[in-house]
Design a protein around this ligand. Structure first.
Ligand code: SF4
Length: 1016
């Protein structure tokens, strides 16, 4: 065994490696040399770096494990053994625990126990028999060794692991000379486990091996390098005199991890522009390192992508977040709590799902129809979608969705059904082909393609589990697949293309000119100790297993070596917004030479200081902030002088909204053509746009709601999944439908008209029958919410209807009522020539309207009585009088229905000839009150004037937001301006300031009532 140490400083690693190779080749420049490198990335970088010099020929760069695999793999394969996988190990550990749990009995079934034992088994295997023997001297160690040996016994006949490869390779070297390994260089080795050490010693048995080791000159940071020398029995070199301490180019302290990454990106751009080192540094010679994946990996990936900087390494996007893996994992448990609507549509929306015909599934249309049908739970699909299959608009999507649900249920099978692992794997590949299309793989991005390959490899590994496990359920298969994918780290980008990114632990051997080390704060660097749940630190030491301190010391070496060998910017976050803690600089900064730590007060200050912005986003922000710093905050007065269009428009908007006048940004559409609703008297076009009294009322209460709902056609979405009980609208619809069915029985002659004594028992039976039918229909169409709340709500509605029945009987008895019409729609679209219904306005204009009258009666005194049923409270309508028939221009239903009723009886041309009254008829919440007005010329004149006012407002294009005053609310009646339902405080303040704009004060200006209310 002969090792020759070639010690060097971290900055001289490549030169020293070149010398080691030269020395190994001797006079034969073509002689093959094998260089054992710490990682594949460092191998590629070293080869490229050496290639830039005089060139290298016949040099293999290979990791120690790969070399062992090349030597021992063929023999193991010949013996019909396959590589072991993580799931296979975990299943075997579980089996051993099932058969003999020993001291793990209390926690044997916990997944964390299985994972911990599997990890320990892998370490113990590499520690060799001697390590296991030493560990078995303690009680806890003995149990762990027992499980590990049992796992080995089960697997050793058909499987092999890393330990088998190392042992096999060592054995082969011992038994036969292997050509090509005569000239060997160990490049930057880390301390070896027992089997690796034996393998390396055997490599050196035949011919001398050069060992390149970089020393930082800091004993504490070089601790592990000294340990390697001890393992290889190489004398430690004398400390070199005059080794300069590592000196980072800059140490920056900033607010948080996010801002650290922004600084990293700026540093990369400065380096590439030659501003850091005097010459431009190519991206491939720049690296960003961090202590742990979270939170840096995702932040670095995001910021580099946002600024268009190419990178390679392991970013923050996990394999399980890639499209194919995501699809499989979601599909495998889409019916975790039964086939519910929400998870299914989350899955369908997440992937471009295709059907067996290869065409995209109509996901959006299916989502709408399922919401319309009120589908929420597993049992809703068939009855509720079936109810819509005959519908003209919703029938086709309801039918195709039903077919899809049936097909999906067949595909998924029963949740408890078991299959062999290989069958589940086949199931998965079939689903990927079906859902993504067989050609999908050709359209995947590089990153997605690599993830696809990793997924396929993982599935392939799962196939082999049939030999050690019984068939499993879909859920069990999914758990193992997810664990397997969680364990796979997939690199993105090509090594040597773009900035290298990764953990500081992976920095060994990388050849770079500029490095950014993130997270240099206590708790992150070094990371907090990770306790072994199974062994004490004494046990671990006894078995020769790596300790937490060793891991920290390796990181320490990489930290100092990186600073020594590259122009390095070190950053640290002062705070962690996720943990609300304050960080201290890492203790390792005490080992490097530095004058000061640059403190950046905030991201805001950092952006102001940059000379060259890495991207458009930062450039714009910097320019705006510099301007702000010079002259105070930008205001709308700067709108004309800033050069950026988006900022200019933003400033204009902010200024306009802050102004006292209404603007185009808050409802002034007076400069835009909006639909005209009215026409000249007697000349309203037959195809004129019709409005309902409800629409008119909507504008009167909030013009913006009218604009969004009726001009833009935007409706708030009902989510059946979140509906706990029947909503007010559906409750009212059911009640209306029941009354309509009763009235239609009377109008069609199925039941007699009510008598002088009111409604009869016969009518009541019919009412109750219709109530049952309507409730069943509401349940079938998913409008009744959760079953528990529906039961009590239904009983309440039933009581309410019977209350109405009694009170209506009193009216009938007192007035002698004949029912003329029920739910009379106007204009009558079934008529050959539908009669236009209009309301007169001032200025010889008319407004064509549409709507529906709940009930029209003729009383014994000859009056026509229009009834509009209301299930809410009566408070709003208590102020209705003949002198205020529209409640100050806010209620137009009764006049509209009265006009339609007059047209119905043929008295539209001469309304004065017919006495007519219109009433709101309340239910229980309104104490069954009837509140209305008798129409005469005076009333019609007031209606004309008030209605003209509103129509003028709509046609003039005024659509301001009129929010309700802030205060406690049980529910949000309108969500157009506050979809997050966070309240109206800001909107109300803005509105209070603007409502007196002279152009709209006619409709919205403060009134005495307002000031009284405000004072109150
Ligand atoms: S949320 Fe309020 S202000 Fe906005 S449209 Fe609706 S009612 Fe008007």
């Amino acid at each position: 065994m002969a090792f020759e140490l070639m010690a060097c400083a971290p900055s001289d690693v490549i030169v020293t490696l070149g010398r080691a190779i030269d020395q190994a080749k001797g006079s034969d420049r073509l002689a093959p040399v094998t260089v054992v490198v710490p990682t594949n990335v460092s191998g590629v970088m070293a080869r490229r770096s050496l290639g830039r010099g005089p060139g290298i020929l016949g040099v293999d760069m290979i990791t120690l494990n790969r070399l062992a695999e090349l030597l021992a793999g063929p023999g193991l394969a010949h013996a019909d053994r396959q590589p072991v996988s993580t799931p296979l190990l975990e299943l075997t550990v579980r089996r051993v625990l099932d058969e003999a749990p020993g001291s793990y009995a209390a926690v044997a079934h916990h997944p964390a126990t299985v994972v911990a034992l599997r990890e320990l088994h892998q370490e113990l295997r590499l520690a060799g028999d001697e390590g296991a023997e030493r560990l078995a001297q303690s009680g806890r160690g003995r149990e762990a060794v027992r499980v590990s040996r049992a796992v080995t016994r089960i697997l050793q006949r058909r499987w092999y692991d890393e330990a088998d490869l190392l042992a096999g390779a060592t054995e082969r070297l011992r038994s036969e000379p292997v050509a090509g390994l005569e000239r060997l260089v160990l490049h930057l080795p880390a301390p070896f486990d027992a089997l690796s050490q034996a393998f390396v010693e055997q490599l050196a048995a035949a011919s001398p091996v050069a060992v390149v080791v970089a020393f930082t000159g800091d004993d504490s940071a070089d601790h592990e390098q000294h340990r390697v020398l001890d393992q290889l029995q190489i004398p430690r070199p004398a400390p070199s005199a005059g080794v300069r301490p590592a000196t980072p180019a800059r140490i920056v302290s900033t607010t948080d991890a996010d801002d650290e990454v922004r600084i990293a990106v700026r540093t990369i751009v400065e380096a590439a522009r030659g501003e850091l080192t005097g010459t431009p540094v190519p991206f491939e010679r720049i690296a960003v390192f961090w202590p742990g994946q979270r939170p840096y990996a995702r932040l670095v990936e995001h910021h580099l992508a946002a600024d268009g900087i190419a990178w390679n390494g392991r970013g923050g996007t996990e394999l399980t977040e890639r499209i194919a893996a995501r699809l499989l994992l979601d599909l495998l448990d889409v019916d975790r709590r039964g086939l519910q609507r929400r998870p299914l549509f989350e899955l369908l929306a997440d992937v471009p799902a295709r059907g067996p015909d290869g065409r995209n599934r109509p996901t959006a249309e299916w989502e709408r129809v399922s919401r319309r049908a009120g589908v929420s739970r597993d049992e809703d699909w068939i009855p509720r979608l079936s109810a819509l299959t005959g519908h003209e608009r919703w029938g086709p999507p309801a039918t195709s969705l039903l077919e899809f649900i049936a097909e999906l249920r067949t595909t998924l099978g029963h949740p408890q059904a078991t299959r062999p692992w290989s069958e589940w794997v086949e199931w998965c590949t079939t689903q990927l082909d079906t859902w993504l299309g067989t050609g999908a793989i050709a359209h995947l991005s590089d990153a997605e393609y690599r993830a696809w390959e990793a997924l396929m490899s993982a599935l392939e590994r799962l196939k082999s589990l049939d030999s050690v496990s019984d068939p499993v359920t879909r859920s069990e298969f999914r758990t193992v697949l997810e664990n397997e994918l969680d364990d796979v780290g997939v690199r993105d980008g090509r090594i040597g293309t773009g900035v290298a990114i990764g953990t500081l632990a992976s920095a060994g051997g990388m050849v770079i000119d500029v490095a950014i080390v993130l997270g240099a704060a206590e708790g992150l660097l070094p990371p907090g100790p990770r306790a072994d749940p199974l062994l004490s630190s004494v046990d671990r030491e006894r078995a020769g297993l790596a300790s937490h301190d060793e891991r920290a010391r390796r990181l320490h070496h990489e930290f100092i070596a990186t600073i020594s060998s590259a122009h390095t910017v070190v950053t640290l976050p002062r705070g962690d917004l996720r943990a609300t803690t304050t960080n201290q600089p890492t203790r390792w900064l005490a080992h490097v030479e530095h004058d000061r730590i640059d403190e950046i007060d905030s991201s805001f200050v950092g952006i102001q200081q940059i000379d060259f912005a890495p991207g458009e986003r930062e450039r714009r922000l910097r320019d705006r902030l510099r301007r702000t710093a010079g002259s105070g905050p930008l205001t709308h007065l700067d709108a004309q002088v800033v050069d950026d269009a988006a900022t200019r428009r933003g400033l204009t908007l902010v200024g306009a909204r802050a102004d006292l006048d209404l603007s185009e940004f808050d409802g002034d559409l007076s400069a835009v053509d909006v639909p005209i609703l009215s026409g000249a008297t007697g000349a309203v076009p037959a195809d004129a746009r019709l409005v309902s009294p409800t629409q008119i009322q909507t504008w009167a209460s909030c013009p913006h709601a009218y604009f969004v709902r009726y001009l833009l056609g935007v409706n708030a979405i009902d989510e059946p999944d979140s509906q706990i009980s029947i909503n007010a609208l559906d409750r009212g619809l059911v009640q209306h439908d029941v009354l309509d069915a009763l009235h239609r029985d009377v109008l069609s002659g199925v039941l007699p008209q009510p008598t002088d004594t009111g409604w009869t028992d016969e009518h009541r039976h019919a009412l109750e029958r219709h109530f049952d039918e309507m409730c069943t229909e509401a349940e079938r169409t998913g409008r009744t919410g959760r079953p528990a709340t529906w039961a009590s709500e239904r009983a309440r509605m039933h009581r309410d209807l019977l209350g109405w029945f009694r009170h209506d009987s009193d009216i009938i008895r007192a007035n002698g009522v004949t029912i003329l019409a029920s739910e009379h729609r106007f204009p009558d679209r079934d008529a050959d020539v539908p009669m236009q219904i209009v309301l007169d306005l001032s200025d010889r204009r008319q407004l064509p309207i549409h709507g529906s009258i709940d009930r029209l009666d003729r009383w014994a005194d000859g009056r026509l009585i229009v009834t509009d049923h209301k299930t809410g409270k009566a408070d709003t309508f208590k102020k209705l009088t003949e002198t205020d028939p529209t409640l100050a221009g806010s209620a137009f239903q009764l006049p509209a229905y009265a006009a339609a009723a007059l047209a119905f009886v043929g008295a539209a041309d001469d309304p004065a000839s017919t006495r007519i009254r219109a009433e709101y008829s309340m239910f229980d919440r309104g104490r069954y009150a009837r509140l209305g007005i008798d129409f005469d010329d005076e009333v019609w004149s007031i209606v004309r004037s008030e209605l003209s006012d509103v129509v003028d407002g709509i046609e003039s294009g005024w659509f301001p937001q009129v929010p309700e005053a802030p205060g406690f609310r049980v529910y949000t009646p309108c969500v157009y301006c506050e979809p997050d339902e966070l309240g109206t405080t800001d909107a109300f303040e803005r509105w209070t300031a603007k409502r007196n704009d002279s152009r709209i004060a006619r409709w919205f200006g403060d009134t005495d009532d307002d000031s009284e209310n405000t004072d109150d």
